[in-house]
Write a protein that binds this ligand. Structure first.
Ligand SMILES: Nc1nc2c(ncn2[C@@H]2O[C@H](COP(=O)(O)OP(=O)(O)OP(=O)(O)O)[C@@H](O)[C@H]2O)c(=O)[nH]1
Ligand SMILES: [Mg+2]
Length: 229
């Protein structure tokens, strides 16, 4: 069992160990087991990799997940031109052992797909977030397949949903729920075509953080990971 799955297993085992210690030694046993486990979990590092095509909104998403404005100190640089050139880790705001890894955009002159896929060790990450823009591309599919092959859970973030809503709104008979549903279904079927059994898709806008699926994404990342710590 690898990555998050094995850490989840450890977490379930943790609960069993606590119960056993309590039955054996009462409250004192439970306390010492908590101390032992806390020390053990202090060394667990979790790595969330954020990947996708250039300009899809990876760095902006990481800043949003960390609760930082783009011009705040410590925020990942973002721009409308190719920006991230080195893999950069950013700590989770409340879980110090958890880091988001901001990747350079796939499919630029500096990072052509072939080199990118060859050089990236997908196995070293615990969770993959793929950020896709207005279309799920062949490169997004390559990333999904590589993460799946490495046995990593995948979240697909369909970014810039505010732009989609804004342009679709002009159509006659526009219905926001239906539009979002269509986009969601398209993302799910693209992931299924890439061989992902249970696609997890989040429609997000970095500029409307309390709308669409961003609150759910933030909560899901924390709830899934905090179980493992
Ligand atoms: N409207 C809208 N624009 C966004 C959103 N997310 C990012 N952007 C814009 O998209 C552009 C690129 O964002 P970045 O976060 O720098 O994209 P990136 O994927 O990190 O880009 P590279 O590092 O070059 O690969 C910036 O101008 C952002 O302001 C969003 O949800 N909605
Ligand atoms: Mg970037």
């Amino acid at each position: 069992m690898a990555g998050v799955l094995s850490k989840l297993h450890n977490s379930a085992q943790h609960v069993k160990d606590l119960a056993a210690a309590y039955l054996r030694d009462g409250e004192k046993g439970r306390q010492s087991d908590i101390e032992r486990k806390s020390n053990q979990f202090a060394n667990v590092q979790l790595r969330i990799v954020v990947m996708g095509e250039s300009g899809s909104g990876k760095s902006t998403l990481i800043n949003a997940l960390r609760g930082l404005d783009e011009d705040e100190e410590g925020a990942a640089p973002t721009d409308c031109t190719a920006t991230t050139t080195e893999i950069t880790p950013y700590p989770h705001p409340t879980l110090p052992n958890v880091h988001y890894y901001d990747f350079p955009g796939l499919n630029t002159v500096k990072f052509p797909v072939k080199t990118f896929m060859k050089k990236t060790n997908f196995a070293q990450y615990d969770l993959g977030i793929i950020v896709t823009g207005s279309r799920f591309t062949e490169n997004d599919q390559l990333l999904a397949k590589a993460l799946e092959k490495a046995g990593k859970p995948i979240y697909l973030v369909r970014s810039k949903i505010d732009e989609t809503v804004r342009s679709e709104r002009r159509r006659k008979g526009y219905n926001q729920e239906e539009t979002l549903q269509r986009v969601r279904e398209q993302c799910i079927s693209s992931l299924k075509a890439a061989g992902i059994q249970e696609p997890r898709v989040f429609l997000c806008s970095a500029f409307d953080l309390d709308q669409y699926d961003f609150p759910k994404l933030k909560e899901t990342v924390v709830s899934n990971l905090s179980e493992t710590l």
